[in-house]
Structures are given as C-alpha cells and as structure tokens.
Design a protein around this ligand. Structure first.
Ligand code: ATP
Length: 295
C-alpha cells in the first residue's frame, strides 16, 4: 500500500532524524515503535506532507491502481490521508458535532445532507454520539483522541496516520481507543506510531522498530519474537545486586515485581546462576535491538 524507500532527513541543527528509512506498509495496522526522539514524528509528518525529506521516495497505491508520489503530489496524498498528529489541539468552546462539521467542510464535503450523514456516522463510530453536543474542552483525553480519529476518517482516507495517540490515556481509555483503531476498514493502511510496546503487541500484524532515525527491524512481531526463542532468561534479584548483574549480563529489562527487581537477560547459552528461561516477548525484542544499536 505504501512503499517508503531510502528516506533521509537532516534538520538545520545537524540532527539526522531519518537515515535511509525503507519500509513497506501493507493494509491493516502497522506499528511504528521507537523511543522518544527516534524519528517517528519526523517520518509521520513527512508522509502527511507537512515537511520535506532530503532524499528518498514514498509511493502510495491509489484507489484507481495509479500510484501517488507522496513527496511530490501533495494534493493527491492529502485527499487519501487521515492524520491524527501528536499535538492535536481542539477549540475548547466548540461542540464535537460543530467542529467535525467544520472539518468536513474543509475536507470538501460541501453538500449539506451528505455531510450530515458522514458526520453523524463518524460520531457514532467513535462512540461520541451521546456527547456530541458537549464542548470539546470538557472532553477527557480519551474522548479527545477518539474525536481526533473521527476527523482523521473524514473523506474515507486510504492511509491513516496516528502519532503517539495513547500517551497519557488511562488503561480503559487506551483499550477503547485501540479497539476503535482496529475496527477501521480493511482497505486502509493505519500507521500507529508509539513508544508503548503493548500497543503494537496487542494490535499490529506488522511493525517496524525505529531508533536514531534508522529502521532496526521490520516484519511480523511474532517472527521477531520467535527469533529470540531460547535466548531470554529471567531472575529475581536484589536491588543491591542489580549493578553487578548489569555488569556481567546483557540485561534487557528490569521490572519491579512486589517491590523486587526481576531482570530479563539476553544470552544464547544458559547463564546458570539461578536464571530460568522465559518465552520472549516483544519488549525483549525491542530492548535487545536498542542495546545492540547502542554498542
Ligand atoms: N524541527 C526540528 N528541528 C530540529 N530538530 C528536530 C526537529 N524536529 C525533531 N527534531 C529532532 O529530530 C529527532 C527526531 O525527532 P522526532 O520528533 O521525529 O522523534 P519521535 O520519535 O517522534 O520522538 P518524540 O516522541 O519525542 O516526538 C530528535 O532528536 C528531535 O530532537
């Protein structure tokens, strides 16, 4: 659906935000995972035609089978694009219904009756119908994000980009939001940019891990997890002993369980010393790749 080839971007301050980024993004949910500063927003903004790349190409499959040059044919991309930016602001004194109606006009839905049908349908789809008359300023974070999805879906886009949408949502709102994303049409490519590993594990059949502007891995989460089979080991340790373990092993993660650190380490052989083997998860994959890149 979307082919990104050798995309590069260096900001005037010298930061290489995108470094030879090549990705194939199919229909369905695609998770773009990376820590803060990885380059996710730079990539999302480039695909959303809001900033220029220095090099590379991006090609979107059009409805009629014709391909669209994302970096050059910006108007054509915008007609196929829904975008929920990281810092999505709303007019606090306007109701969701009026705001969405306004966005619909901007999207080119000029016929009143048709526009009403679209706006009503979207408000129902994102589960905001009952609160559509309320001012956006009174909405919770989760409601605002669902409103953001409604505006992104105006005009039946084929490419939907959501940038860090679950940051700051409580677990219930996050679930609700992710379920909503998962329900978006089958013929749409949805790119979910996030630094939360579970967002990808729970939802995305394909993914990429980005750090320091580079793609460290792309493919199915299950394949990446399978590649770490028999190489992740767990042990509960004391806080005092933690630095020693970190010096002796490749510690992937440390998590407090009942107040005591439980560490996951990466090792192709049994590290002994009371470690037990565990089934790897996507978090192990993520931290292992970040560690390898750092060394
Ligand atoms: N307009 C800009 N000018 C200069 N540097 C920038 C600009 N925008 C981003 N950067 C830098 O580029 C790098 C990538 O930033 P980007 O916002 O794309 O990352 P991110 O993965 O989206 O992280 P975050 O979640 O923190 O936004 C960072 O080092 C950031 O400081």
């Amino acid at each position: 659906m979307l082919a990104i080839r050798n995309l590069g971007k260096t900001y005037p301050n010298g930061v290489h935000a995108l470094n030879d980024v090549t990705l194939d993004i199919p229909r369905g949910m695609f998770g773009l995972l990376g820590p803060n500063g990885a380059g996710k927003s730079s990539l999302m903004r480039t695909l959303a035609t809001l900033q220029e790349a220095d090099s590379g190409t991006a090609t979107l499959e059009g409805v009629d089978g014709k391909s669209i040059d994302v970096l050059r044919d910006k108007d054509a991309v915008r007609r196929q694009l829904g975008y929920l930016p990281q810092d999505f602001g709303v007019y606090p004194k306007v109701s969701a219904e009026d705001m969405l109606e306004h966005f619909a006009v901007l999207k080119g839905l000029t016929q009143r009756k048709q526009r009403r049908e679209v706006v009503d349908g979207l408000l129902q789809q994102v589960n905001l119908w009952d609160v559509r008359k309320r001012k956006l300023g009174t909405y919770s974070g989760g409601m605002r994000q669902r409103f953001g999805v409604a505006q992104a879906l105006l005009g039946s886009p084929r490419l939907v980009i959501v940038d860090e949408p679950t940051a700051g949502l409580d677990p219930e709102e996050r679930n609700r939001f992710l379920n909503l994303l998962a329900e978006i049409g089958e013929n749409v490519a949805v790119i979910l940019s996030t630094h939360i590993v579970e967002d990808v594990t729970d939802l995305c059949p394909t993914m990429a891990i980005l750090n320091k502007g580079r793609v460290l891995l792309t493919g199915k989460p299950s394949d990446a997890i399978a590649a770490l089979e028999n190489q992740v080991w767990r042990k509960q340790v004391t806080k005092a002993a933690l630095p020693e373990y970190e010096a002796r092993h490749t510690v992937l993660s440390t998590r407090l369980v009942a107040g005591r650190p439980v560490i996951h380490v990466f090792s192709s052989v049994d590290p002994g010393d009371g470690f037990e083997e565990v089934a790897p998860n996507l978090e192990d994959v993520y931290f292992q790749l970040l560690r390898v890149q750092a060394t």
